[in-house]
Design a protein around this ligand. Sequence first.
Ligand code: HEM
Length: 448
Amino acid sequence: MIPPKPPARPGKASVWRFIRDFRRDILSAQSDRLYRAWMAEFRGPFVHSFTCNDPALVDLILKRRPMDFPKSPRMAAGLQPLLGHSSFISNGETWLHQRRIIDPAFQGGRLRQAFPAMWDAAQAGVARLEPVADGTQIDIEPQTSHIAADVIFRTLFSIPIQDGIAAQVFRAFQDHQDAQPMVNLGGLMGLPRWARIHSRRVRRSAQRIRGLIGQLVAARARQIAAGTAPADLATKIMTTPDPQTGRIFTQAEMIDEVATFFLAGHETAASALAWALYLLAESPDWQDRLAREAHQNLAPDFAAMRSLPLARAVFREALRLYPPVAMTVRQCRLPETLRGRKAPKGAQLVISPWHLHRHQRLWDDPDRFDPGRWETENGKTCQRDAFIPFSAGPRACPGAGFAMVEGPLILSALLRAYRLAPGGERPQPIMRLTLRSRDGIRLRLWPR
Ligand code: HEM
């Protein structure tokens, strides 16, 4: 099955035409040559940028010399009202300090501890869909968003999404996204900071979310002081000292990180789950195989996750075809020579999982939905060299392991309960905060 892909612009376009198309939709404004090129240079009125598709170049930027290619401040500017100075947008020493505290919370045994909370969120998601599992056409994106937000609240603060403040954060967050659906646009176009003033609505909704998160953090600080805090991710992060400086996060720093976990951890997972469910709805054969696997092996036990290889392969294939973070930007700290071309200091480097994951010179049949590809030689090589849904290197997503448990678990729980079929128009991928569908993803569900 070849799932939807936005039409690419054939060949070259003038700078102004590119900018006009770009404002409409970043993905379809890109040249179709990017699916074959190793690198493409672009000189716009505000930016000199290079899209990097060569795996060796991506490796250099993300893994071998990441400190020479920091995150672009242009990208950060769009996220600052909500995320403050969080790890998602900081660079240098501040970022190193933040990651030394965050990373242990997501490692090994901690995932096992977070599993029961994920399980409960998955079961609550199955129950929420019951009233509409009669063949009614529904948009699945708000549903996956609800489940993914529930996972974050339960694992981070041990509260379900129905809880008063959690529900308010979720609603305020939706409002924030409506106010600022295309935060990436300015960064990718290379607009300077002054050209991207935030609307009052964006600033107000960001302040509201941060105020609510501040209440959760303050309450948790009191519980930690009283010795009554639950052993969840928030407690772990708030009590872990930086092993190099001995400093723990202040409450203000913790608000920045919680806002980030919420943004980076829930929007992304929601997008990947929605696309995965769509792909399964279009592939009755894979759907039945997954449902059988879930009937046999799904259990409220972390160890059982090892017995869900098909769910993992499908989730991975959804992340390949529809990477939630479809593009990201770094910049050159120094003048560089990239594949023989001069890149000045400050040049923008676009890393595009969207193009890398569908590159015609790397992948066999790149646009086809084929979860079996991960077992082939080509699939294994590409998984190593050309698959970066969580980015790569020291700046890779700290939640990658978490997401690779959460995704297959929720898919299995939903597939065990429901049969899916596509409903309405084919979804059209479009790059918003994460990769979404222009008019939602319509499905029909029935009990299995
Ligand atoms: C399917 C789910 C997810 C995907 C596809 C994803 C993808 C990514 C990507 C591509 C980045 C790097 C962005 C860039 O370089 O511009 C990133 C960063 C990050 N992600 Fe995730 N993520 C997911 C889930 C999560 C979860 C569950 C959490 C935490 C609860 C999380 C927390 C973060 C944080 C804190 C960063 C910033 C890391 C840094 O810059 O040092 N993510 N994520």
